[in-house]
Design a protein around this ligand. Structure first.
Ligand code: AMP
Length: 565
């Protein structure tokens, strides 16, 4: 069985194509969204999802979130005594989703379509594949998130149309312009920003809260920061539904608070909105489409619930965005549609997808500065951004020095004129027959496949010799050997079983709330924790269930009153 997975910065979802439809699979708590949070417990086991998210505040040094931002880099995160790379943390989330899907479907799940931001680089895509591998999943295909959203949308609107997908998730922004024509969906252009998302809007509130309360120059404990982050996040979401929100945080020295309106939030966020505008304009230019030609603007990603975004989109395109699809679920639904396509479901026969490369890929060349002088370091694009994939392009080069014995092919990705400003992907040294400058010609062919993997092939015309470079090893990507070693290690780590998810989440929440409260409320929660511990130790399912319900009710009550009013 192939499932579709939206591996998000903030939340992840798994969905399946069944009986001619995409279905979201609920997790052990019965929820569609599994927070992309991972925590390590005292016994060395791993907790994923809501329970881990609760522990972000109480155990910040044992818990990780937002690690999708570090995919494709060498940055690692320390959890307790262990150190993990982003793809390893992601693999824990994938393992939890796999277990949820297996419990729901009643059969093993070994393959997945995983979505990635269209703007993800080669290294980030490889890291995502590796995360799948580490989770015991064969990654059938990586699917661009907006393409997935469009796939879910395009199936519902059978018309021929041009539309734009505006996807603002927790940590990434993607924009894609697509065209649906005679059953073929073509991505005409995509652009985005890998480090801009809903979290940045919450962070803005956090920073301003500190400033308003005169705390911005104070060194604050990590627990305080985590709690403030949660309060800012809740205020941000509250401002999507209410004209104003109050942020309130109790700390040792008393209560800090700040009330702000939607308009004030909008004003503060202007620089972020400006950053969103640039990729939109670029995508429109690349697709050679005027905003008025678009038939629809589709929103995806939870952060598009912010009214200021809806207003900005309406103003830019002169129309209201389509909101009939759940922005949290649409990407996972599209991944399930793609999984259905892979499994050749008859209902999906007519749908064909095309996609584009998000970046330009090219090589370093020397340019002539004067008749006798050449300088290296210049960029020569071979596959231009937004080329329809799979794509193969050839560029011919000649030697620049007399009796040159070798040509170094250095491959880069990016848009800048100088290679130093682009991302280095790989290098190949090709022996060439010694001849006067300009007499040896080589054809450099770049092939880029639907998964975003690049291959460079070089043909020396005079000798017919060919050389191939598969871009595999780049900085920030684990080697085959690393993967094998870490796979063996990760298999020794236990993930908390699904059937304990509710107990674990409730206990983690109770511990978090206990830390936040003061006085009598705190005592109530302390008593509730003790009663819940006692019930868990009794191992009597009925008693555990009842006490858990009681504890949850108490927590709902105190959280409603003390944190936010
Ligand atoms: P995603 O990666 O698509 O799950 O999007 C998650 C992002 O959406 C997070 O930054 C959330 O804070 C944000 N989000 C979810 N619901 C809302 C809401 N009602 N208002 C504002 N932002 C939201």
């Amino acid at each position: 069985m192939i499932v579709g997975i939206d591996l998000g910065t903030t939340n992840s979802l798994v969905a399946v194509w069944r009986d001619g439809k995409a279905h979201i699979i609920p997790n052990a708590l019965g929820q569609a969204l599994t927070p992309s949070c991972v925590g390590i417990m005292d016994d060395g086991s791993i907790s994923v999802g809501a329970a881990a998210r609760e522990r972000l505040q109480t155990h910040p040094l044992q818990t990780a979130a937002l690690f999708k931002r570090y995919m494709g880099t060498n940055r690692s995160t320390q959890l307790g005594k262990q150190v993990f790379r982003a793809e390893e943390l992601s693999s824990f989330v994938l393992r939890a989703l796999k277990a949820d899907a297996e419990a729901y479907l009643g059969e093993p799940v070994t393959e997945a379509i995983i979505t990635v931001p269209a703007y993800f680089s080669d290294a980030q895509r490889k890291a995502t594949r590796i995360a799948g591998e580490l989770a015991g999943l064969k990654v059938e295909r990586l699917l661009n998130e907006p393409t997935a959203a469009a796939l879910a949308y395009g199936l519902q609107t059978k018309d021929e149309s041009k539309f734009l997908v505006f996807d603002l998730g927790g940590g990434t922004f993607d924009i894609s312009i697509l065209e649906l024509f005679e059953g073929v969906m073509e991505v005409r252009a995509s652009a985005g920003d890998n480090s801009l998302g809903g979290e940045d809007f919450a962070d803005l509130l956090r920073k301003n809260f500190l400033e308003k309360n005169g705390l911005h120059k104070t060194e604050l404990p990590p627990e305080f920061n985590q709690r403030l982050r949660a309060v800012a996040e809740r205020a941000k979401c509250a401002l999507s539904d209410a004209p104003e929100a109050k942020m309130q945080l109790q700390a040792d020295g008393g209560t800090h608070e700040w009330t702000l309106t939607q308009e004030e939030f909008h004003k503060l966020a202007e620089p972020l909105l400006e950053r969103l505008r640039q990729p939109i304009e670029r995508a429109l230019r690349d697709a050679r489409i005027m905003p008025a030609e678009l038939d629809a603007v589709v929103l995806a990603g939870g952060a598009t619930r912010m009214p200021m975004l809806r207003r900005m989109v309406s103003r830019m395109f002169g129309r209201f965005p389509v909101v009939d699809l759940n922005p949290d679920e649409v990407v996972a639904m599209g991944a399930a549609v793609q999984a259905g396509l892979k499994m050749r479901d008859a209902a999906l026969d007519e749908v064909v997808m095309t996609d584009v490369s998000p970046y330009t890929m090219g090589m370093e060349v020397s340019r002539q500065l004067s008749p006798k002088q050449h300088a290296g370091g210049y960029y020569s694009p071979i596959i231009e951004r937004n080329s329809v994939v799979p794509v193969s392009r050839v560029s011919r080069v000649v030697t620049v020095a007399d009796n040159q014995k070798e040509l170094a092919l250095r491959v880069f990705q990016g848009e800048s004129a100088m290679v130093a400003d682009n991302v280095f992907l790989g290098e190949l040294h090709i022996p060439v027959p010694p001849r006067p400058a300009g007499e040896v010609a080589l054809d450099i062919r770049f092939t880029y496949d639907v998964n975003g993997l690049l291959e460079a092939e070089v043909l020396v015309l005079e000798t017919g010799a060919t050389h191939t470079l598969v871009i595999q090893e780049n900085p920030g990507v684990m080697s085959e050997q690393d993967i094998r070693e870490r796979l063996a290690f990760l298999q020794t780590i236990k993930i908390h079983p699904r059937d304990q998810a509710q107990n674990r989440t409730t206990m983690a929440r109770a511990e978090r709330v206990y830390q936040q409260l003061l006085g009598a409320d705190r005592d109530y929660v302390g008593d509730a924790i003790a009663a819940f511990r006692g019930a868990l130790e009794s191992q009597e399912p009925e008693r555990i269930r009842n006490v858990r319900k009681e504890v949850s009710r108490l927590l709902d009550q105190v959280e409603g009153v003390s944190l936010f009013e």
